[in-house]
Design a protein around this ligand. Sequence first.
Ligand code: ATP
Length: 223
Amino acid sequence: MPRARNTGRPQSGPEERPSRAGAARLSLYLRCLEGWLREGVATVSSGQIAESLGISDAQVRKDVSYVGSLGQPGVGYQVTDLIEAIRQALGINREWRSVLIGVGNLARALLRYQGFRAQGFRIVALFDSDPAKIGQEVEGLKVDALEHLGDKIMTLGAELAILTVPAESAQPVAERLHEAGIRGILNFAPTVLRLPESVRLVNVDLSIQLEQLAFQVQLHNMP
Ligand code: ATP
């Protein structure tokens, strides 16, 4: 019997979008599923996903229902179908080109890592304001001056930017990125950026995350 498969939106309405937390969980499911795929696993249940991530079965089923009606009673999800559906829902079934601004120590570590390349994220240009760094080659890319930002973003078709400048430089650089047509910024600068709604922003503040971790550990140890 052919498998019932509907990759359309769930019954509850086409307007429904996963929350930020829901989208983050979908990314986690994807990591698990890709691991299982490498191990040759063909089908998984929501219970297996839930158990490997320490969340509830109901939560997994609810999140997955957003990407389509993929499960089969008694069989579970086909791993390849679910991977494809999640990548489509997250918009990562394509290449995303990014520019990186501020080629300091953090940026060099990110450029060396490049684990995100496998997920379709490609850094296509580097920029810095330091004349000593402009012209240097870092991980196969030449550091460019900010005056070429607009042109390069346009010719290379970059839509995202990774911001690794110091906090005090971040706001004006982010505004320039917006003016140059960048649609999303991954901000590593420890500061609050104010940008129009049309530019989506994700902040990665390692100090805040460590503070949160310390808080949780402290809370957990309380009598
Ligand atoms: P390094 O010691 O190599 O400069 P760092 O990680 O200590 O590295 P930071 O002070 O954190 O450097 O700055 C990160 C990078 O951002 C540096 O390469 C710096 O030249 C660059 N930078 C600072 N301000 C701007 C700006 N307005 N536009 C672009 N790049 C900038």
